[in-house]
Design a protein. Structure first.
Length: 387
């Protein structure tokens, strides 16, 4: 069994450091972050662990090789030189998809055809066959050509890792699960914390918060393409699932509380929490943002409010931000995180963020505005705090 493979996890721009930290915490080796992806090394066990446990990455790809190519001949020879027979059987399916950016080889369909042909030629020589039925397990091949540098990969995940299995139905403009988890991590969500989402929609932030706080691996309730691969020992999947379950903290005191003005959204949030198995930690009810109240000593508010280019017109969205500025009060023990593409958010909200971070919600560039500094206590003479 090979133990020196290189894997690649593509991720949303802006969360590379979160993915790298996550992989390091999982005990994976040679973790290194690049723009839009994070690499690590290991055997099939590492691949299985990453698929089951990654909250912030989009998928786990086996990186077969990298090489420069400025012509179709260089692309063909580079792909053909890779050890495809170590991963593809005589009947395996191997469709090819890819992308090209800032490169001489800019026609993706032509590159797809060249990559496919090169794999076939390599396998012909190794298996002594002239034709491959491709009726066996799926091994989706992906290539990326960036500034004339080719990366050739094989997808081990299948559906993207954001497909946790609990959100079969969603409301309009849902927040992607991987982005939701990233926002919660950036807000330093605690296992004994109180998460509040006053625009809960389909409950993605609530469920992701509960999964994170309770230590429940996000991939436990789904399957992965590599589960059908003959090269991957089946025992590894059960072994890693058992290992992940042993780390759960189901008795944590964490509570997630959601509000929405739409009763259907509230019901959907609760239904998704049940599907994810975290219903004991999640509650939701109908409430307008104008009625928001900071109840209790601690609270972590994370939200994706409706905005102009998505659900509401711009004027309505701005009025919403003004209301949020009035009801979200700086207080010790409380933090607020708001993701929005509106560059004028801070001025409309009424306060500059303590921290902001550029992130992408799909193709929309957003800022994550974080407020976590409580109000300064009044000071008496000589700078001594008043009691």
């Amino acid at each position: 069994m090979r133990d020196n493979m290189t894997f690649c996890i593509p991720c949303l721009f802006g969360v590379e450091s979160l993915v790298a930290q996550e992989l390091g915490d999982l005990g994976l080796e040679e973790v290194r972050a690049e723009n839009g992806r994070v690499l690590f090394s290991g055997g099939w066990e590492a691949m299985v662990r990453a698929n089951l446990n990654s909250r912030f990455g989009e998928r786990v790809l086996l990186l077969l090789g990298t090489f420069p190519a400025r012509s179709f001949e260089e692309l063909f020879q580079g792909v053909k030189s890779l050890p495809w027979e170590e991963y593809l059987g005589k009947e395996d399916q191997f469709p090819v998809t890819g992308s090209s950016l800032s490169s001489q080889l800019h026609s993706v369909p032509d590159c797809q055809a060249i990559v496919k042909k090169a794999i076939v030629e390599r396998l012909k020589g190794k298996y002594g066959l002239s034709w491959f039925p491709e009726t066996g397990p799926l091994h989706r091949v992906r290539f990326r050509i960036l500034k004339d540098q080719v990366s050739v990969m094989m997808d081990t995940s299948g559906e993207g890792l954001h497909k946790r299995g609990y959100r079969a139905v969603s409301n309009d403009a849902p927040l992607k699960e991987t982005l939701a988890a990233s926002l919660l991590k950036l807000s330093r969500l605690r296992s004994d914390g109180h998460l509040i989402d006053p625009f809960c929609g389909s409950g993605t932030l609530l469920v992701e918060g509960a999964l994170m706080a309770l230590g429940i691996a996000p991939g436990l309730n789904r399957t992965f393409t590599a589960q059908t691969w003959e090269q991957v020992p089946q025992r590894l999947w059960q072994q890693e699932r058992d290992g992940a379950r042993s780390l759960e903290r189901r008795d944590a005191s964490f509570q997630a509380e959601g509000f929405d003005i739409d009763p259907a959204a509230v019901e959907l949030s609760l239904a998704n929490a049940r599907k994810a198995g975290v219903e004991r930690a999640v509650s939701a009810s109908v409430r307008d943002i104008r009625d928001f109240a900071q109840e209790g000593q601690y609270g972590c508010v994370v939200c994706n409010p409706p905005y102009g280019e998505r659900l509401l017109d711009l004027r309505q969205a701005e009025e919403l931000y003004r209301v949020m500025g009035r009801v979200f009060h700086p207080r010790r023990g409380w933090s607020f995180g708001i993701i929005t593409p509106d560059g004028d958010f801070e001025s409309i909200f009424g306060r500059k963020a303590d921290k902001r971070r550029k992130l992408y919600n799909g193709m929309i560039q957003c800022q994550y505005y974080q407020y976590f500094k409580g109000e300064e206590r009044p000071h008496g003479p000589a700078g001594k705090a008043s009691r």
